[in-house]
Design a protein around this ligand. Structure first.
Ligand code: GUN
Length: 295
């Protein structure tokens, strides 16, 4: 079969910079009006290297747009009670506009209990059931960072979505499920016919092959191969993995859930990894924090 090689990149770094420059202007206005900048606090429990990287990039992004940020580190041995007490303290700290608790948490801490304890008005990750419920009903609230970042990316590159078949691979509470809801909303980007595929889906390649827009958040390196993708598709890769690579000086390389080299030539648009969805997740967190500071 003939394949096109003229794919275009959904570049999260470029798009993130454009959105962040608008956030920086709005921050200057907030500063003038309120006398202080938007303030994001991030809680990091334990030493997970990936989580440290993610939180580090969130803090750095805050600095770049002129926000205040506070990183609260706790050891992996922190108890659930201690963490709940910290959440309570942040809920009641009027100098903090919004905060996040980086996931995953150590096994002895119940993530659901922590998420539920965060005041919905400060839940800039958009993980609280109240915010997820509001999204579901189309009411104002905080949208979850990764799905909203993907929506912003599609908007920035003016990717047509109306009437398209969007297949979301993965049904997590923080990415796949909210993503499916956003793509089916009566809005732009949105108005898609959406299918959610997951680990129990029968004949996954037959489903993904129907996708005009394929959003992959399954958490498995190079899981989507070229035979699973339709010619001309838009592919969004949420995965980010370190895979061993002896040919690299650092001993590993970064890849996504999509086998980029083989899939890209079939695509109209595709996100790179890194530099695709990741920077947009951070940008979307900044947008939510700005919203919190204005409310
Ligand atoms: N872990 C993976 N993605 C996220 C995210 O968007 N927010 C938080 N708090 N933890 C995560």
């Amino acid at each position: 079969m003939e394949t096109s090689t003229t794919y275009r990149l959904l570049d999260g770094t470029e798009c993130g910079m454009a959105v962040r420059s608008r956030i920086a202007s709005a921050t200057a206005e907030v500063l003038k009006a309120r006398g202080r900048a938007p303030h994001l606090a991030a809680v990091l429990v334990g030493e997970d290297p990936a989580s440290q990287t993610y939180v580090g990039s969130k803090v750095k992004a805050c600095e770049e747009v002129g926000f205040r940020s506070t990183l609260l580190r706790r050891p992996a041995t922190t108890t659930e009670e201690d963490l709940l007490a910290l959440v309570d303290q942040l809920n009641n700290d009027s100098t903090v506009d919004g905060f996040i608790v980086q996931l995953p948490l150590p096994k002895h801490i119940n993530e659901e209990r922590i998420t539920l304890a965060i005041a919905p008005g400060k839940d800039v990750d958009g993980f609280h059931p109240q915010n997820l419920g509001r999204m579901m009903l189309g009411l104002p609230g905080y949208l979850p960072a990764t799905p909203n970042g993907i929506v912003e990316l599609l908007r920035h590159y003016e990717v047509p979505t109306e009437g398209k078949h969007c297949v979301v691979v993965g049904r997590s509470n923080i990415v796949g499920t909210p993503m499916a809801i956003l793509m089916s909303r009566n809005a732009y980007p949105g108005n898609c016919t959406v299918t959610i595929a997951h680990s129990r889906t029968r004949d996954l390649p037959a489903i993904t092959h129907q996708a005009d827009i394929l959003i992959v958040a399954i958490g498995k390196p190079n899981f989507i191969t070229a035979d699973m993708v339709k010619e001309g598709a838009v592919v969004v890769d949420v995965g980010i993995h370190r895979v061993e690579d002896a040919s690299r000086k650092r001993g590993y390389r970064i890849c996504g859930d999509v086998e980029f080299e083989r899939v890209a030539p079939k695509c109209a648009w595709i996100t790179p990894v890194p530099g695709g969805v990741g920077p947009m997740t951070v940008t979307s967190l900044l947008l939510n924090t700005l919203k919190a500071a204005r409310s």
